[in-house]
Design a protein around this ligand. Structure first.
Ligand code: NI
Length: 136
């Protein structure tokens, strides 16, 4: 198996909250990421796929195709958006980095498989100091 990782970046607004709770209760759970007036992050997304090398071609997946799929399925839906309100695949999910990584996995798994690439890891970096990795 060989592993290929593509990095993408996007800027998005969010608010972490549960709709049944007051602002005060949400603030206790989620802290400043629960600001009712929203806030944003400059996110870094790293998507790792794996596959068997085609010895004639020298790779298992064209990196440009990987970039196109990530952009089409994920980045255009997040970049300069409010992910709570505008990103269809975040509907019904609390907008944590964890939920975001899992939702991105769900968006990418099938289209990547159709290209012969197995999704291995979705890594979402919310800040320089915090990141989440999801392995399915
Ligand atoms: Ni935040």
């Amino acid at each position: 198996m060989i592993y290929l990782t593509r990095r993408e970046r996007f800027s998005a607004a969010h608010r972490m909250f549960r709709s049944g709770l007051s602002d005060e209760e949400n603030n206790k759970i989620y802290g400043k990421c629960s600001n009712p007036l929203w806030h944003g992050h400059n996110y870094v997304l790293k998507v790792t796929v794996k596959g068997e090398l085609d010895p004639d071609i020298g790779y298992f997946m064209n990196a440009t195709r990987l970039k196109e799929i990530i952009n089409e399925k994920v980045i255009v839906k997040l970049d300069h958006k409010n992910m709570n309100l505008e990103t269809d695949f975040m509907a019904g999910r609390v907008a944590t980095t964890e939920s975001l990584a899992m939702a991105i996995w769900d968006e990418l798994k099938a289209p990547l498989a159709a290209e012969g690439a197995l999704l291995h890891c979705v890594r979402v970096e919310e800040t320089e100091n915090n990141y989440v990795e999801y392995y399915g």
